[in-house]
Design a protein around this ligand. Structure first.
Ligand SMILES: Nc1ncnc2c1ncn2[C@@H]1O[C@H](COP(=O)(O)OP(=O)(O)OP(=O)(O)O)[C@@H](O)[C@H]1O
Ligand SMILES: [Mg+2]
Length: 224
């Protein structure tokens, strides 16, 4: 289970103090497909970052599969993230000097998955995202939607226990978006992966459970 209790996070920036998250408590059971919704600036990305240990909350704790991640040492946290987490960033962050296939294979290499198993898995993922033709392309040669599809493949390549996805369908047309979401759902079904996705897509929130509603950093709704 993913459990958040009393998560609070503020940023001090050029705009002064911004309270991005206020006292968020919620839980997501293993194997669920959860959605986070809310307008721009409501705290969706910050919440995902806190859940994945990429941001440290000012107060409160996040428990992922029994581990309080903010109590891990930096090296243990890296290991935990490398093994158990897949992250699809809102702005995409493929490594510009690696090809599409190398980007997808990176989490496999980091987890010691090498040789034929690695090659086969990359090939299957490339066909899942319909980008076999781009195997040796570099990220700057891809469209926005193609970049997003590669980011999805890379996030699920090592079959993480928790997939955190930040508006992964935002740059995709409806049918490609559906395919990408189906790919994630298949992963959830086949490997018991839990998914938490920030999204504005009503088609996704309609079938997600729970739906976590945020407004100005506050939890306004949690539908099971
Ligand atoms: N690193 C940061 N430094 C300063 N302020 C930040 C930082 N990250 C987020 N914020 C602020 O925290 C608030 C929540 O931001 P967040 O990115 O979580 O919103 P969001 O719901 O993901 O928005 P969007 O839909 O536009 O992606 C915003 O007011 C934002 O400006
Ligand atoms: Mg965001």
């Amino acid at each position: 289970m993913i459990q958040l209790s009393h998560i609070t996070k503020s940023f001090r920036s050029g705009r002064g103090q911004v309270k991005a998250l206020s006292d968020i408590s919620l839980s997501v059971d293993i194997g669920r497909f959860a959605a986070i919704e809310g307008v721009s600036g409501s705290g969706k990305s910050t919440l995902l970052y806190c859940i994945g240990g990429l941001e440290k909350p000012d107060r409160g704790e996040v428990r992922c599969f029994g581990t309080i991640i903010h109590r891990l040492t930096p090296s243990k946290l890296s290991l935990f993230q490398r093994r158990h987490l897949g992250f699809i960033f809102q702005r995409g962050n493929l490594l510009s000097y690696l090809t599409v296939a190398e980007n997808i294979g990176m989490p496999l290499t980091l987890n010691g998955i090498v040789g034929k198993v690695r090659d086969k898995r990359i090939e299957a993922l490339l066909s899942d995202i319909d980008l076999k033709s781009a195997t040796n392309a570099l990220p700057h040669e891809l469209s926005g939607g193609e970049t997003q599809r590669v980011s999805v493949a890379r996030a699920i390549a090592h079959r993480p226990r928790l997939l955190l996805a930040d508006e992964p369908t935002a740059n995709l047309d409806t049918s490609t978006g559906r395919r990408v979401v189906q790919l994630m759902r298949d992963l959830a079904k086949d490997h018991g992966c839990t998914i938490i996705m920030a999204t504005h897509d009503k088609e996704i929130t309609d079938t997600a459970e729970p739906v976590i509603g945020l407004k100005d950093g506050q939890l306004i709704r949690e539908e099971k």
